[in-house]
Design a protein around this ligand. Structure first.
Ligand code: NAP
Length: 262
């Protein structure tokens, strides 16, 4: 299937690692040009160089998105380089464990790390997306619909992200801009692997998590999230908007009887 993404300009936040890296690679393999925003430079610059060797265009922008002015700079840098913007993927985020005990300042800082830049990026990208009749994809989390405990800031941010997805889908329908969210639950990334390695029994903990994932008893791969993002961003999804798509092997919506059996 030709996804008709060749030559399109895509801005991905947090595209140097994990799920974001998968998303960047998937867009590049479709012939899109990708701007990739991260705080740390090493991985992003390396990705830029390696992509160029393959004839792909992956432009690294260094910015901390919790600073709103950096969001504007990232959009401006993308449009200065490519002259347009077709797709915004709001992927950057961190489950920072800011719970009820952490207090209002820590809560606000968590919203800045996880939600404010989602709004700011969309705000600054809007004039360009209106011109291209482009689309926005927000990367959420199962925490938006299930309690996890101890992570109020992240849960509020991802819940807000789902709400904004539906809100903007309606706001922007008249401009021909589609807005959707893709929701991961348990995705195998280097960060996840590092976290498991801090457990007393990493393999046992991994198996216990996998046992709760109905489809295949395995983690979702970054590629599986990425390919869904790319498909939803493509003109082949031209009548899909305001959707919250769970790419999670059935984890989020399973019947509790399933985990009781494991
Ligand atoms: P990851 O491996 O930690 O990668 C996150 C990327 O975002 C990194 O490249 C990071 O780069 C960048 N980033 C984070 N905060 C940033 C900021 N303030 N400014 C600029 N760049 C920033 O995370 P991931 O697991 O792939 O997660 C990606 C998205 O999926 C997140 O929104 C997360 O909430 C969601 N998610 C993941 C899972 C999972 O199982 N992995 C589950 C549910 C939801 P720098 O550190 O260099 O800035």
């Amino acid at each position: 299937m030709d996804l008709q993404l060749a030559g399109k300009v895509v801005l991905v936040t947090g595209g140097s690692k994990g799920i974001g890296l998968g998303i960047v690679k998937s867009f590049l393999s479709e012939g899109a040009k990708v701007a990739n925003v991260n705080r740390s430079a090493e991985d992003g610059r390396q990705l830029e160089v390696e992509s160029a060797k393959r004839g792909q265009d992956c432009y690294f922008i260094q910015a901390d998105l919790s600073d709103v002015s950096a969001c504007q700079r990232a959009v401006d840098a993308t449009v200065t380089r490519y002259g347009r913007l077709d797709v915004l993927v709001n992927n950057a985020g961190v489950n920072d464990g800011v719970g009820l005990d952490a207090g209002p300042d820590a809560f606000l800082a968590s919203l800045q790390r996880n939600l404010l830049h989602v709004y700011a990026m969309a705000h600054y990208a809007l004039p360009h997306l209106k011109q291209s009749q482009g689309c926005i994809i927000n990367i959420g989390s199962k925490v938006s619909v299930t309690g996890q405990g101890g992570t109020s800031g992240y849960a509020a941010s991802k819940g807000g992200l789902n709400a904004l997805t539906r809100e903007w889908a309606l706001d922007l329908a008249q401009d021909g801009i589609r807005v959707n969210a893709v929701i991961p639950a348990e995705v195998w990334t280097p960060l996840y692997e590092n976290w498991l390695d801090t457990m007393p029994d990493p393999l046992g903990t991994r198996r216990a998590i996998e046992d709760m994932i109905p489809f295949g008893q395995r983690f979702t791969t970054c590629e599986e999230i990425a390919d869904t993002v790319v498909f939803v961003a493509s003109p082949k999804s031209s009548h899909t908007t305001g959707q919250i798509l769970f790419v999670d092997g059935g984890y989020t919506h399973f019947d509790r009887k399933y985990s009781a059996k494991q």
